[in-house]
Design a protein around this ligand. Structure first.
Ligand code: E4P
Length: 217
């Protein structure tokens, strides 16, 4: 499973990238707002730092506007992946952009039929939003399962990018179902390493080592 980090905070991205955990980054207009910096500047900085795809979202809602914005975003760096909303105009732009060789992430997916349309439009990634479905008492993980089945039935190459992840269990469940990618907030990504028995075991080993009076280096 690939890991993307879901943030536009360059310090968080640098830290995770230096550990070697990152296969890409996803941003969206709300995350750019949170970062409080000009979108082009921050997107360029992220693209220079991370080798994999960096999703940058259009804000136009019509096909022509999306194509114009995609051109501007695409000029920022080769690894910019254009993020388009799951609308008819978005699907049309998806087809046009992927045919032109650009990576596209179709976002705001809440149903298996939407994911089927995105795959038929040649999307590189489909982003089903797990957490926002869970918030409405609908099991977001079921959607990941449905999309996995449909994509496998027809051999679609569109990658399932589990998004709107809120917990470490979301990551585990998405991995067990076979989502290709998870885009995860920085704090949740770091929390994946935590286990109380790891901390307890390490403390005990270090205490015993101290009793030996030895040093390794
Ligand atoms: C995905 O690309 C989105 O940026 C993100 O996962 C949305 O998550 P949220 O529902 O926590 O805002």
């Amino acid at each position: 499973m690939k890991f993307f980090v879901d943030t536009a905070d360059v310090n968080e991205i640098r830290e995770l990238n230096d550990i070697g955990l990152l296969d890409g980054v996803t941003t969206n207009p709300s995350l750019i707002m949170k970062a409080g910096r000009p979108y082009a500047e921050v997107t360029k900085e992220i693209c220079d730092m991370v080798e994999g795809p960096v999703s940058a979202e259009v804000t136009a809602t019509d096909f022509d506007g999306m194509m114009r914005e995609a051109e501007v975003l695409g000029k920022i760096a080769d690894n910019v992946c254009i993020k388009l909303p799951l609308t008819l105009d978005g699907l049309k732009a998806c087809r046009a952009l992927t045919q032109g060789g650009r990576q596209v992430n179709v976002t705001l997916c809440f149903s298996a039929n939407q994911a089927l349309l995105a795959a038929k439009a040649g999307a590189t990634f489909i982003s089903p939003f797990i957490g926002r479905l869970d918030d409405m008492a609908i099991d977001g993980m079921e959607l990941i399962e449905e999309i996995r089945t449909i994509y496998d039935n027809y051999g679609f190459e569109t990658e399932i990018l589990a998004a709107s992840i809120r917990t470490v269990n979301h990551v585990k469940q998405a991995a067990m179902i076979g989502a290709d990618v998870a885009t995860v907030p920085p704090a949740t990504l770091k929390a994946l390493v935590k286990h109380p028995l790891t901390d307890k075991g390490l403390a005990a080993f270090l205490a015993d080592w101290e009793k030996t009076g030895q040093t390794i280096a």
